[in-house]
Design a protein around this ligand. Structure first.
Ligand SMILES: [Zn+2]
Length: 234
């Protein structure tokens, strides 16, 4: 990985090769064991990227560190995509939805932040949208409204309104997030275009029964009408 410190273009080349190999496995017909192996390959490579990012930051190379963020998260999005396909084959539909949404959110931060001439207009956003339309039924989302009482900047940990950082931007290879630590809940409502697609209705009334929205399988009698907010880890 040392050569990349001198020439980040080599890194982009290697990334393109890694992404191309991983995307060859991202079809529903590909063997599940090959998809699982590719997920591990991506995880290991992303670990190496993390080390390289530290070296860039030590040398104060902010653009290069931001490039690593974009490469890492592009590969993480494909990793989520592969995991979604594995979930579907294993009949884990709720997890499949969670991984699709994570892929969309993760790739979204890349599209908004690419620091170099970095190919983001590649149809990947549309690809993830197609999965949503073709593989999943129409989802019902919940939106939570409220007043933010306390929030911190994830970069400097100062109160969010007191610092210069802007949420959704990259700083030395880290995404600035507004971390809400205290909030007064006002309302929960059902919406079509939610801010958070992890936050969804879990079940619906169908044919006189309470059923899982994704599988239409009947829920146990004790189940409540639930809303999930199940982000998945990476
Ligand atoms: Zn800050």
């Amino acid at each position: 990985m040392k050569a990349f410190i001198e020439n980040p273009n080599l890194l982009i080349k290697e990334f393109n090769e890694m992404a191309a190999i991983a995307q060859k496995k991202a079809f529903i017909t590909i063997g599940i064991e090959l998809q699982k192996k590719e997920i591990e390959t991506l995880k290991n490579y992303r670990g190496e990227l993390c080390d390289l990012k530290k070296q860039f930051i030590e040398r104060n190379l902010e653009n290069e560190a931001n490039l690593i963020y974009c490469i890492d998260n592009s590969l993480l999005a494909v990793q989520y995509e592969l995991q979604m396909l594995v979930n579907i084959k294993e009949d884990k539909m709720s997890e499949a939805w969670g991984n699709l949404v994570s892929a969309q959110v993760t790739y979204g931060t890349v599209v908004r932040n690419y620091p170099f001439k970095f190919e983001t207009d590649n149809g990947y956003v549309e690809r993830l949208e197609m999965y949503e339309k073709l593989l999943f039924p129409k989802m019902l989302f919940a939106s939570v409204g409220g007043i933010i009482k306390k929030s911190n900047c994830s970069i400097c940990k100062e109160p969010y309104s007191k610092c210069e950082h802007i949420k959704g931007r990259l700083y030395k290879g880290e995404l600035c997030v507004r971390e809400i630590t205290e909030m007064e809940l006002e309302e929960g409502s059902l919406v079509d275009a939610p801010a958070n697609k992890h936050c969804r209705m879990l079940n619906i009334s169908y044919d006189g029964k309470i059923v899982d929205l994704l599988t239409l399988r009947e829920e146990a009698q004790t189940a409540n009408i639930g809303i999930a907010n199940s982000g998945v880890g990476n």
